[in-house]
Design a protein around this ligand. Structure first.
Ligand code: TXA
Ligand code: MG
Length: 315
């Protein structure tokens, strides 16, 4: 059985004691729900991979309460510190050299000499980190390859019975996962996400590579097919074809819409919930069409997720 917990001090203490016992607890962050486990415990981290059916070569993000806590696990250069000061807590993950010797389970980093760190802003995530008092490994709380959760019931839809508990903190405000930035040493975006590229470039005062570089082209987890609904997807649709459920944006009215006003921030927050809703409406072997979303601001993260959701399966 998976316990449904409330975002109260009592239930957060319950969640922290489950985590201390090596159990898994899903919790809200401002991006998506995370599947938390003790990042120092091989057993807890192995349980995360098992619960999600996640390939072991795909490393996890370590969640911490503060930059000070992060500095005990990773090496920060001046550019990393500048980004941390500008955007933490928030939807930014930094990939940094691992500080050795490390208390982290080697499963978390999948044997790499770097570690991905995020300081979430969500008050429930912060309260859980404070109550637990250690680093939490937390991938998105969905079966591997499926749509990420932005509501507590999305988590139980995919993982009920496979995890100890989920804390219901309501809908996630940002709605797409964090932006992942590597600094090796020039900043490169490994995954577009909830922090727009434009904001990063403004903070650094220079352009940022999108897609990594030759030495580290991408995150191991950036598989072509991901976020897959059951239905098939067609992108950049202005109108619905016969039998399709059309998801609109701005001027393109749909059966559903990401944002009637064409606001990419609202669209990001609605993305995964709407994808699930369209999938339900389309039914078995159904078809979903998505209206075009401009490739700026959060639109970049939205289009990245939609392209993966539309990619041929089984990759
Ligand atoms: O918003 C988010 O980032 C959410 C919430 C829960 O914090 N988490 C999340 O985790 O999206 P996950 O596991 O679904 O995605 C983590 C990504 C994967 O693509 C993984 O390959 C990459 O981070 N990653 C982790 N460690 C890495 C490293 N050392 N180097 C490069 N990529 C890394
Ligand atoms: Mg994920």
């Amino acid at each position: 059985m998976t316990e449904l917990l409330a975002p109260t001090p009592h239930d957060i203490d319950r969640a922290a004691s489950l985590l201390r016992a090596g159990q898994l607890v899903a919790f809200p962050t401002e991006t998506v729900y995370g599947l938390g486990g003790d990042a120092t415990s091989d057993l807890a981290v192995a349980r995360i991979f098992d619960a999600k059916g996640r390939p072991r070569f795909n490393p996890l993000i370590v969640h911490l309460p503060s930059l000070a806590a992060a500095e005990t696990y990773a090496v920060f250069n001046p550019a990393a510190r500048a980004l941390a000061a500008a955007f933490w807590p928030g939807p930014l993950t930094l990939v940094l050299p691992l500080k050795e010797p490390s208390r982290l389970s080697p499963l978390v980093t999948a044997g790499l000499d770097t570690v991905a760190i995020r300081i979430p802003a969500h008050p429930v995530a912060q309260a859980l980190l404070a109550a637990f008092g250690g680093p939490l490994a937390a991938p998105s709380a969905n079966p591997s390859g499926r749509v990420s959760p932005t509501r507590a019931f999305h988590v139980t839809d995919g993982l009920a019975g496979r995890i100890a508990a989920v804390i219901d903190g309501g809908p996630c405000a940002v709605g797409v996962e964090s932006t992942i930035v590597a600094l090796d040493p020039a900043p490169a975006i490994l995954r577009p996400g909830g922090l727009p590229v434009e904001a990063l470039e403004a903070a650094l005062g220079k352009p940022v590579l999108v897609g990594g570089n030759a030495a580290r082209p991408t995150s191991p987890g950036q598989l072509a097919s991901h976020y897959a609904p059951s239905a098939s997807l067609r992108l950049n649709a202005e109108t619905a074809r016969q039998g399709e459920v059309l998801v609109g944006f701005g001027a393109v009215k749909g059966d559903l819409t990401l944002s009637a006003t064409g606001d990419p921030v609202e669209a990001a927050a609605a993305l995964f919930h709407t994808l699930r809703e369209a999938d339900l409406r389309a039914g078995p072997h159904g078809q979903i069409a998505f209206a075009p979303v401009p490739e700026t601001g959060l639109g970049r993260a939205i289009n990245d997720r939609l392209r993966r959701a539309a990619a041929p399966r089984g990759v």
